[in-house]
Design a protein around this ligand. Structure first.
Ligand code: ATP
Ligand code: MG
Length: 336
């Protein structure tokens, strides 16, 4: 079928005081209707930048400096204002990490959700209020009538996030972009929200772009996974395949940082790999992961690998993808 979302060689740059950095470099990926795609990687690798590009909602100093973002076959960055408004917050809805910032503190929950129905579906007040209560029930809020009458500050973080998710679903989006939607929540609440996403996937047709630094979370919610490193997509494949046999040493190292992955646990940041990410303003010619890589060779220092086929619908940006250590067996120390 025709892809819902297609990123074609997307590069996004930020102007800074003295220079310009490419926070996302040459990323191509496709999301099919109904598919859930998980994007993972360490802090600063460009996940949110990519998500903001999908909303065509980049910070003031950010530009799409290369490539195209196609949504339902149309170039997002060429849409006029009116069309863009229909897409953003309509056909594409986004849920951010911090639910508090997405809610208006001066409006009752029911009013905020109803407003989405009024604006997007053109409903009158009474129908919108009715629809708001119904959708609050759909995100598993047990007593929607009561919650609709509360202000955001009267809700827990988990309930706030449910309300935000309800607002995102209210436009019946074709694509739901979730940027670390559970990170700000504590462990049990995070697990509840993930269960909710799993349920909702069965009930709605929306595709999901799910951004997280947490591999276990992506495993629970997604069909396919993309791994980013320093602005690049370095591995992509079906969740079942990548989790069984990662084909990039960075992904393998991520698994080793999470010895008990598969078990729900709060906030497992991908921070356990020795060494730091490269300076985006000063990249060499070789593989960006080479300085931290456990299996690197001479060629990796001088040549930048393309995304290579490493299996059925499985891509890896590693010359030696066939030799990637299995999770849990990564050799310690670098071969010289
Ligand atoms: P995190 O996991 O911490 O949310 P991320 O993967 O979402 O990280 P981004 O927020 O997309 O990463 O940032 C990618 C890179 O772009 C980082 O190096 C960051 O410092 C830089 N960056 C982000 N926003 C801006 C901005 N407005 N101006 C300049 N640089 C920026
Ligand atoms: Mg981010």
């Amino acid at each position: 079928s025709a892809p819902l979302l297609e990123l074609d060689q997307v590069t996004i740059s930020y102007r800074r005081r003295r220079d310009r950095v490419d926070a996302v470099r040459g990323v191509s990926l496709v999301i099919q209707p109904g598919e859930a795609y998980g994007l993972v990687g360490e802090s600063g690798c460009g996940k949110s930048t990519l998500a903001m590009a999908v909303m065509r909602h980049l910070p003031k100093n950010g530009i799409l400096s290369g490539g195209h973002v196609l949504f339902e076959g149309r170039d997002l960055f060429r849409l006029g204002e009116a069309e863009l408004r229909r897409v953003r917050g309509g056909r594409i809805a986004m849920v951010y990490q911090n639910p508090g910032s997405a809610l208006n503190p001066t409006l009752k929950i029911g009013e905020q959700v109803a407003e989405v129905f009024r604006l997007h579906a053109g409903m009158n007040r009474r129908n919108a209020a009715e629809a708001a209560r119904a959708i609050l029930g759909r995100v598993r809020i047990a007593d929607p009538d009561r919650v609709a009458g509360l202000y955001p500050y009267q809700l827990s973080g988990g309930m706030q996030q449910r309300a935000v998710i309800a607002m995102a679903l209210a436009t019946d989006p074709a694509l739901l972009v979730l940027d670390e939607p559970t990170t700000a929540l504590d462990a049990t609440v995070q697990a509840d929200i993930l269960d909710l996403f799993a349920d909702l996937r069965g009930e709605m047709n929306a595709s999901i772009l799910f951004i997280s630094h947490n591999l276990a979370v992506v495993q629970q919610v997604c069909d396919r996974i993309g791994v980013m490193y320093a602005g690049e997509l370095i591995e992509q494949g079906k969740v079942s395949e990548v989790f069984k046999r990662p084909r990039h040493p960075y992904t393998a190292a991520l698994f080793d940082c999470i010895p008990d992955f598969g078990v729900r646990k709060r906030d497992r940041r991908l921070a356990g790999i020795a060494g730091g990410v490269p300076d985006l303003a000063d990249l060499g010619t070789g593989c960006l992961y080479e300085p931290r890589c456990l299996i690197s060779r001479q060629v990796c220092r001088v040549e930048h690998p393309d995304l290579l086929r490493a299996g059925t619908r499985h891509l890896s940006r590693c010359f030696f993808h066939g030799e990637t250590p299995a999770p849990g067996s990564a050799a310690r120390g670098r071969p010289e």
